[in-house]
Design a protein around this ligand. Sequence first.
Ligand SMILES: Cc1ncc(COP(=O)(O)O)c(C=O)c1O
Length: 440
Amino acid sequence: MNAQPNTVNDLDAYWMPFTANRQFKGKPRMLARASGMYYETPDGRKILDGVAGLWCVNAGHGRREITEAVARQLETMDYAPPFQMGHPGAFELANAVVRVAPRGMQHVFFTNSGSESVDTALKIALAYHRAKGDAARVRLIGRERGYHGVGFGGISVGGMVANRKVWPAAMIPGVDHLPHTHDLKRNAFSRGLPAHGAELADELERLVTLHDASTIAAVIVEPIAGSTGVILPPQGYLQRLRQICDKHGVLLIFDEVITGFGRTGAPFAAQEFDVLPDMITCAKGLTNGAIPMGAVLVTKKIYDAFMQGPPGAIELFHGYTYSAHPVACAAGLATLALYEREQLLTRARQSAPVFEQAVHSLRGLPHVIDVRNYGLVAGIELDPIVGSPGKRAFDVYLKCFERGLLIRTTGDIIALSPALIIEPKHIDELVTILSQALKE
Ligand SMILES: Cc1ncc(COP(=O)(O)O)c(C=O)c1O
């Protein structure tokens, strides 16, 4: 217990997630404090946060209202068992989420992360059909280049090769994938939703023909895919998916772990794109990233299908020790109140034109082969170095960090997703640093 604050004597014990451990530990990048739009390193360097932590700190860092709510809750009641017991915060938060959710989303199941939300939604989809007497509907359809977290369900429906190839035998059976919608040939340098590719949704008809509708339970997609490098839905694509799902009695799940809570300019992408799924998975912005928490939002149709058995029977054999954790609920309630007070869930609509202009000014810089954007999310795709995929973007990531900017990269794509409180001066600073790093 003799380590000094902010002094790390031994980096060995901590096995870092999704990180090149040996490379990192040879030259660590540490963050020690955060406030508003900025992080600060242990030696006091300010770092502009271009990615809201990891797509989650939507109201900016260090919001006092959330901190105080968490502290208060810890003092009042630190923990309450969620099975066969309740506490007011859980019900209040579910109601508060329903108030900002798309009309028709009326019930909320709490989890602790996006991955758990996804696996929960997939389980609900299978159990829903079973409850309706349609137990043969067991297939799940995901999409290439989709990311749905790291549970076995999530990696099975996900389409990120690196996340799947090590565990081929552990994939859940009966999963198929739609093609992704990334099309640089036709859509490079699109502003907003790309014009081409709605017809890719028709691939779902092909899968229905192949497997037969009577075996398919659900389709899961991210309205905007974030983790595989900001892949936007072509105009009309999501509407078409919805129509095909309706035609064949297949549930549609939107994974809104990154698009939820204001990223697109509406509280959820389902509202922004005017397509109502049967379930929405979310996490991250639900508590402003301050306390881990996720949720699955479902329509009345889904919930009601479970509420049919004999009274006293548990309707869904699923849940977590920390489902609706009182401290997470307090953080969530304070976060949603903050979003409402500052009108943050629609603020991206106002900032988007300035953000769009700024990110598209990067067009023409060395190796930039695409810039794409929607709301407060942008992707900048770089030409890969032959034989070293991902290296070019990672070099830019390192240069940005040296110059005081945190970005995120996946392969050779840079993703930007700043907090919704971002102002024009931050957008200027972000793009200035990024363009310097790109020019190097
Ligand atoms: C669309 C989507 N689904 C699921 C997840 C997994 O969330 P978590 O890391 O909280 O498990 C993420 C994480 O970025 C995500 O972007």
